[in-house]
Design a protein around this ligand. Structure first.
Ligand code: FRU
Length: 479
């Protein structure tokens, strides 16, 4: 039949819990050949509620196995966002190579008493590869110093000084703390109260080094809600230097990890060496608990490999789907098409793919084009490039949107690359589209809710120059 069930919006190759609510990805860590993903989870409803850490594991970042809940709320509060590390040198005394989670306790009782200072940091450890977790009896390890929003610790090992660094979101800035044992924390410095975007509260920061041409640069990600470039929640970043005490940005102006409206609270995996793998929550607080899914609510973005590229003397973050995705994709139709016609209809090629596929185009950046994705209900999602220098996703007519007044919109992202040849890849998974342009220099993630799969595809050129390459691949989906 043609009737769509709520499960049809559920991504086929992105992680989402089978049932109930999820928001931020938490505590991602690679350990003994397994990728762990924890996440903000409420196991009793499809709306946000007292937070737990859900848990899933994978060997390839795509096939996820849901595990028992890792952390439950307790007398100190709900379990808010945070990170995890492998304690190789047993600095905390929980055992060599113990996994240690560092998270925020959010105490609703104190919140009700309106003291304002109801968030503090705690730790828990696992010595059985993440199967069971024990909360440290000395919690909290970082009490609240009198700051309303004091959360989302991301911890990394700073080898040069043999100490842990915690990057914490503290209202309108981040604060860096250090520790030699994960239990006692010392404040090092603050960053950002008069730098970057400030349309909302700062949340879920991440600090990590990336190497580019033999040079080490530091990247600081900071989610902000609201205040994103296309409304609501989004993640800004800064490049700069970090010496174990302070972060010095290259510029006072923020850049954006993703210009779509559905990539929030993303951070990177711990313990992956020089490789930095990012995943975000594919949603936006502006409508997160209103989106028309049933049984489950919330998913992650594709896992993305982060890199840095210099454009006109400035460093930019690049994000592209991790190489593990190659194992899932298979070219369909003609492997490569050259399009000289004005309109190219590729519906035959994609019609059996149920709105789950990957499309790559190489084009001349002096001409506009659009990619029209549609279905038999007349719903239409338009993705494209405007030669004035923007990419866009227009979900105005892409399906159900009456749940929130700001949802049906066109979103715009600047093209950052200066190259004359443009390249984009879009990845569609039922109810989401991710766009990666110019080797990942511009990215956009949008969700949409079509009443039947988008299985019609047309490419409309804005000028006479050919699109030099079009390639479509199917993506193998979860059974
Ligand atoms: C970000 C966030 C975090 C917080 C968590 C609560 O989406 O607000 O700051 O820890 O969600 O679920």
């Amino acid at each position: 039949t043609n009737k769509l069930s709520a499960q049809d919006f559920r991504p086929k190759f992105h992680f989402s819990p089978k049932a109930h609510w999820m928001n931020d990805p938490n505590g991602m860590i690679y350990h003994n050949g397994i990728y762990h993903l924890f996440y903000q989870y409420y196991p009793n409803d499809t709306k946000w509620g007292p937070m737990h850490w859900g848990h899933a594991t994978s060997k390839d970042l795509f096939n996820w196995k849901e595990k028992p809940i890792a952390l439950y709320p307790d007398s100190l509060g709900m379990i808010f966002s945070g990170s995890a590390v492998v304690d190789e040198n047993n600095t905390a005394g929980f055992g060599k190579n113990a996994m240690v989670a560092i998270f925020t306790h959010h105490n609703a009782e104190i919140e009700k008493a309106k003291t304002g200072f109801y968030e503090y940091q705690s730790i828990a450890y696992s010595t059985d590869n993440g199967d069971t977790w024990t909360k440290y009896k000395g919690n909290p390890v970082l009490p609240n110093p009198g700051i309303t929003d004091f959360r989302d610790p991301k911890v990394m090992w700073f080898e040069k000084d043999k100490k842990w660094i915690m990057t914490l979101a503290t209202k309108d800035r981040v604060t860096f703390y250090s520790s030699t044992n994960l239990k006692e924390w010392k404040k090092e410095s603050e960053f950002g109260n008069n730098i970057g975007a400030h349309g909302g509260v700062w949340e879920c920061p991440d600090l990590f080094p990336l190497e580019v041409n033999g040079e080490t640069k530091w990247v600081l990600l900071v989610s902000i809600n609201p205040g994103g470039p296309n409304g609501g929640s989004a993640t800004q970043y800064f490049t700069g230097s970090f010496n174990g005490e302070t972060f010095i940005p290259d510029s006072d102006r923020q850049k954006w990890v993703d210009y779509g409206t559905d990539n929030y609270a993303g951070i990177t995996w711990s313990n992956t060496g020089k490789r930095k793998i990012f995943i975000g929550w594919m949603n936006n607080w502006q409508y997160a608990d209103l989106v028309p899914t049933k049984e489950w609510r919330g998913a992650t973005t594709l896992p993305r490999e982060l890199g840095l590229t210099k454009v006109k003397d400035e460093f930019y973050l690049t994000s592209t789907p991790v190489k593990e995705m190659l194992a899932l994709i298979k070219p369909v139709g003609k492997t490569k098409i050259l399009s000289t016609e004005k309109n190219l209809n590729l519906s035959e090629t994609v019609k059996s793919l149920k709105g789950c596929f990957k499309l790559s185009l190489t084009f001349d950046a002096s001409e506009s084009f659009s990619i029209n994705l549609s279905n038999n209900k007349g719903e239409k999602l338009i993705v494209g490039y405007d030669k004035l220098g923007n990419y866009f996703i227009d979900r105005t007519k892409a399906g159900i949107s009456n749940f929130e007044k700001g949802f049906a919109r066109k979103h715009i992202a600047p093209r950052i690359s200066k190259s004359k040849v443009g390249k984009i890849t879009i990845v569609l998974d039922a109810a989401s589209l991710e766009l990666f342009a110019d080797e990942g220099l511009t990215s956009m993630t949008d969700t949409f809710f079509p009443k039947s799969p988008l299985s019609k595809l047309e490419i409309i050129k804005g000028g006479k120059k050919p699109i030099t390459e079009i390639a479509i691949s199917s993506i193998s989906v979860r059974k």
